[in-house]
Design a protein around this ligand. Sequence first.
Ligand code: KE4
Length: 423
Amino acid sequence: MTTAQSEALFHRAQQSIPGGVNSPVRAFRAVGGTPRFIARGEGSHIFDVDGNEYIDYVCSWGPLLLGHRPKPVIDAIASVLDLGTSFGAPTSREVELAELIIDAVPSIEMVRLVNSGTEACMSALRLARGVTGRELTVKFEGCYHGHVDSLLVKAGSGIATLSLPDTAGVPRCFSETTLALPFNDLDRVETAFHEHGDRIAAVIVEPVAGNMGCIPPQPGFLQGLRRISNHYGALLIFDEVMTGFRLSRGGAQALYGVAPDITTLGKIIGGGLPIAAYGGRADLMKRLAPAGPVYQAGTLSGNPVAVTAGIAMLRYLEQHPEVYETLDKISAEIVAGLPADVRVNRAGSMFTIFFQPGPLADYAAARRSDTARFGRFFHELLNRGVYFPPSQFEAAFVSTEHRPDDVVFTRKAIREALAAASA
Ligand code: KE4
């Protein structure tokens, strides 16, 4: 497999773009080697600039539930290109997408469209603070909600202490508005609320974590967050940027039967174009400008071309509810029967193969994985034409376009790569 073109492009890119990429995980730093520069995608496959073909399990980090270039989305985009690309004024299609989201996610009565998951999470937190008049946030270690200043934190040393910055550039006064707790640990949530309850505006959580690898909630965890938030008058925010419309049309909240106050969405709702959203109870959302005092804005929010892609995506899912059973079967087949020295965590069409025997229910446990062996595994797979996420702490995604021959090919490659990585 030659990677000469990717290597040359990566060298060139590093002269003009920090790290040569527009998002750090793409640089392969966690696994080493040269990131593949992708020329095109088709169905479940991507093709790099050297002509190498891969079965794609990154799927643009989640948006491509229907694979690359799904006909309904591509046709919809093509049909609007001669109408204009952006107006900075309301359009009927934004209303249509809002109504599709509200129809699919029962806890959402009103929704605001934005351009990224980061923006959705940042804005949801500001709304929660504005509505409650409180300043603190509870988040969970290993959960990622975009590069929101106050959420790029690591847990403080004490059992309920305020957090420390986890990146350069975030002032202590920002990180100290956040409590970072272990995922799946309700006792720690109770303690934090016992200490700070009247100052906590919101709890924000990935209802099924995907950003420390895939880690589902343990029984009762989400229900406990709902109970505790209610008791102390804090808002519960489900960050469903990854799980929304992936785990079901109603997201993880529909599967687990827990209704948050605010939900953030992204990825799939844009059909591969930059659309995200946050929504919730109407009484909360009406506190947003221009209806209310909490300001949030965006030049390209509800962009008509991106919204058109999102409408096509959500309409397809509305008309084909069977896709979720199909997706579940595909991902189950791919990871069935792996050896006991690796641990598979799976939730529907997202999964992670952890390089440890497990079980694992939080970030501290996930970090005990053998990341060096994961790196070798990743490259053994890549050299066999299977493109997994380039980090142990990410989730792999399947699409409706991952066909039976992709599954057979991938299962064989995984077994060979596991053996080679163990040598
Ligand atoms: P964006 O700002 O990247 O659109 O969304 C941030 C975000 C928020 N919430 C959740 C649950 C997310 O998974 C994300 C972004 N996910 C990562 C993948 N782990 C995006 C990949 C990247 O950063 O390049």
